[in-house]
Design a protein around this ligand. Structure first.
Ligand code: HEM
Ligand SMILES: *[C@@H]1O[C@H](CO)[C@@H](O)[C@H](O)[C@H]1NC(C)=O
Ligand SMILES: *[C@@H]1O[C@H](CO)[C@@H](O)[C@H](O)[C@H]1NC(C)=O
Ligand SMILES: *[C@@H]1O[C@H](CO)[C@@H](O)[C@H](O)[C@H]1NC(C)=O
Ligand SMILES: *[C@@H]1O[C@H](CO)[C@@H](O)[C@H](O)[C@H]1NC(C)=O
Ligand SMILES: *[C@@H]1O[C@H](CO)[C@@H](O)[C@H](O)[C@H]1NC(C)=O
Length: 539
């Protein structure tokens, strides 16, 4: 009988065959935002404005339902697509189009302004809009919508083309046809969207009636406006409900009534089944957020990662003797999908550049129970290793040993031999923020330590690739402008490293942003340390 260990190895080999996850990737950050909305670490949903949790949440503003606003934002951004030209689609052009009649209301600026802090070279506004839909639907008890990434933001307004409630069925069908969607898909998409939220009397007094035009008067599409369920379908089919676009006094604006009946109610009867409703909504929502300009190629759907390391800090101490390391490991512990009895620690097996191995323990994190929580009952357990390593010996990579009652595993980063430290280019602990500069701007002193053997082989000076988060005219979301900044040597020998410094000046509203450190070698190869956070320590 095979031992547990060899069984684990066999499984590892079997997994490697189907393109296993290899750390790091440029989607790691987005996977975090997708899967963790509360607990030890959380991204976007559990705090401040981006909240779509709970589904009924309205950012403390009367008449707002953030989850519903995100779903509507995604539709309005996408609805201008023209499948014959390949132009439009989910490209965040909505940020420049908030003043057009078809985009009435404050919802678009409200949702978009909440993501200011998240926009980065790896986080386009348009990918955030897609995430907004996926998260809103999840938060309201809807289905899992697969999320692909790679959307590119428009730099100006696009054409109009969102259907409006006073439009005839022919006009609305022609609009959906232009988007590349069938009549069935149109019906499903409207029903799936209008299971949440309602119509704001302040923006559509013709629909809600002139009697009570106020922020709090928002007639809902169904009696369960904060639940992703079939109520909107049932109430329509039973001819007894509250949807202002079905039961409105003014037939002209009863667009849902016309849309729902477009195929003699066939689709609506199918959608009345709860399971069919969920699976159909997942399909049409996925299709909707994947409507992008024909020049854009989307990634594979983001998969949740079972074991994921985070090299949160890896810096050369100021005397050059030590690497200051803060390493987290995240284990998925979701029932049926991960480590159901997470261990109290995991072992980090560090390989130095001389070929020696050292075993260090990463203990289960304690803050907030050391767990994060995501949609669909996902749970994650966190392990933390804070240590100093001898910089003289260098560090190559690490492996992760996980020992549970289910067995013993040694993870080597998807068969690549280990998770790379990449000690060729490291940030210096001296990096700092200077807020005393020119009005409206801040300046960063950024340090990069380059390993001497590489420093001898440079083609040009080491560089910073700095992501300026620039405010844009007519939009509440910023645009990323990447600047390549040359660095100058400040110390020739720091225990096997050379230290370089560069400065970056950026608008203070965008001070918290990202940068890469890099070098180009004479053989054309680049060595980089990417997606670093700008420092908050004062110079
Ligand atoms: C014929 C097509 C459609 C028409 C005419 C239409 C019309 C409207 C109108 C007039 C409102 C009220 C907006 C407000 O007062 O804030 C609304 C809200 C909404 N729509 Fe649509 N819609 C259509 C299709 C869709 C689709 C396809 C989706 C999503 C897939 C969607 C999602 C939403 C959501 C979630 C709300 C609620 C917003 C909130 O409560 O803040 N709509 N729609
Ligand atoms: C569709 O359903 C509505 C609501 O029950 C009903 O009023 C209408 O007559 C139906 N249309 C057809 C063609 O069955
Ligand atoms: C019905 O709505 C249309 C479109 O908004 C509007 O032009 C018309 O005046 C409304 N009719 C009534 C009776 O309110
Ligand atoms: C491993 O580390 C020890 C102690 O630091 C050192 O003496 C030895 O040379 C190292 N081994 C190799 C292969 O470099
Ligand atoms: C949304 O914000 C932009 C940028 O501040 C502004 O130009 C636009 O008028 C706003 N739209 C609405 C509807 O308030
Ligand atoms: C602020 O920084 C930006 C980006 O580097 C630059 O374009 C702008 O000229 C600076 N403004 C001032 C007043 O220095």
């Amino acid at each position: 009988m095979p031992s547990l260990l060899s069984l684990a190895l066999l499984l590892a080999v079997a997994n490697a065959a189907k393109a296993e996850y290899v750390w790091p990737t440029k989607y790691d950050h987005f996977e975090d935002m997708l899967v963790m909305h509360s607990g030890y670490r959380r991204f976007g949903f559990g705090d401040r404005g981006t909240v779509v949790v709970p589904c009924s949440f309205g950012s403390n503003t009367v008449g707002r339902q953030t989850a519903a606003e995100w779903v509507r934002t995604a539709f309005h951004d996408m609805a201008t697509f023209d499948h014959t030209t390949g132009k439009g689609g989910l490209d965040a052009s909505i940020m420049f189009e908030t003043e057009s009649g078809e985009n009435a209301g404050t919802a678009f600026n409200s949702t978009l302004s909440d993501i200011w802090e998240f926009v980065s070279p790896r986080t386009s506004v348009s990918d955030m809009i897609a995430l907004g839909l996926v998260a809103a639907v999840a938060s309201c008890g809807g289905p899992e919508v697969p999320l692909r990434l790679g959307r590119v933001d428009a730099t100006e307004a696009g054409p109009l083309g969102v259907p409006e409630p006073q439009d005839s069925l022919e006009t609305i069908q022609a609009d959906f046809d232009r988007m590349g969607l069938t009549t069935e898909e149109m019906i499903a998409l409207v029903a799936c969207g209008h299971t949440l939220g309602g119509v704001h009397s302040e923006d559509f007094p013709d629909i809600t009636g002139p009697e009570d035009v106020s922020p709090s008067n928002v007639p809902k599409f169904d009696n369960t406006h904060a639940e992703f369920d079939t109520a909107v379908v049932d109430e329509y089919l039973n001819n007894k409900g509250i949807n202002p676009l079905v039961f409105g006094k003014n037939e002209t604006t009863n667009s849902d009534k016309r849309v729902f009946a477009a195929d003699g109610n066939a689709t609506m009867h199918k959608l009345a089944d709860a399971a069919t409703f969920k699976s159909t909504c997942a399909e049409v929502f996925e299709k909707m957020i994947n409507v992008v300009p024909s020049t854009v190629t989307l990634s594979e759907p983001i998969q949740l990662i079972k074991v994921k390391p985070y090299l949160d800090a890896f810096k050369l101490s100021s005397d050059g003797s030590k690497f200051e390391v803060e390493l987290h490991v995240r284990l998925r512990s979701t029932k049926g999908k991960g480590y159901e009895s997470p261990p109290s620690s995991v072992t980090i097996d560090v390989l130095d550049r001389k070929g020696n191995r050292t075993s260090l323990q990463a203990a289960h994190a304690t803050l907030k129970g050391g767990q994060s929580y995501g949609f669909f009952s996902e749970t994650f357990d966190w392990y933390l290793l804070e240590t100093q390593l001898d910089a003289g010996a260098g560090v190559e990579s690490f492996k992760i040993h996980i020992s549970t009652s289910e067995g013993e595993e040694v993870l080597d980063n998807g068969g690549t031999g280990g998770y790379p430290f990449n000690d060729g280019v490291i940030s210096g602990t001296q990096s700092c923020l200077d807020t005393t500069g020119t009005q409206g701007n801040v300046t960063f002193d950024l340090y990069s330590a380059v390993r001497s053997d590489l420093a001898q082989d440079l083609d040009g000076a080491p560089w910073i690739s700095f992501a300026h988060r620039m405010p844009q005219q007519g939009a509440v979301t910023p645009r990323i402008v990447v600047e390549k900044i040359s660095m100058a040597e400040v110390s020739a020998s720091l225990n096997g490293y050379k230290l370089f410094k560069g400065t970056a000046t950026t608008p203070s509203s965008g001070w918290s942003t990202r940068y890469d450190l890099g070098i180009t070698l004479k053989n054309g190869k680049e060595v980089t340390r990417e997606f670093l956070r700008t420092p908050s320590t004062s110079c």
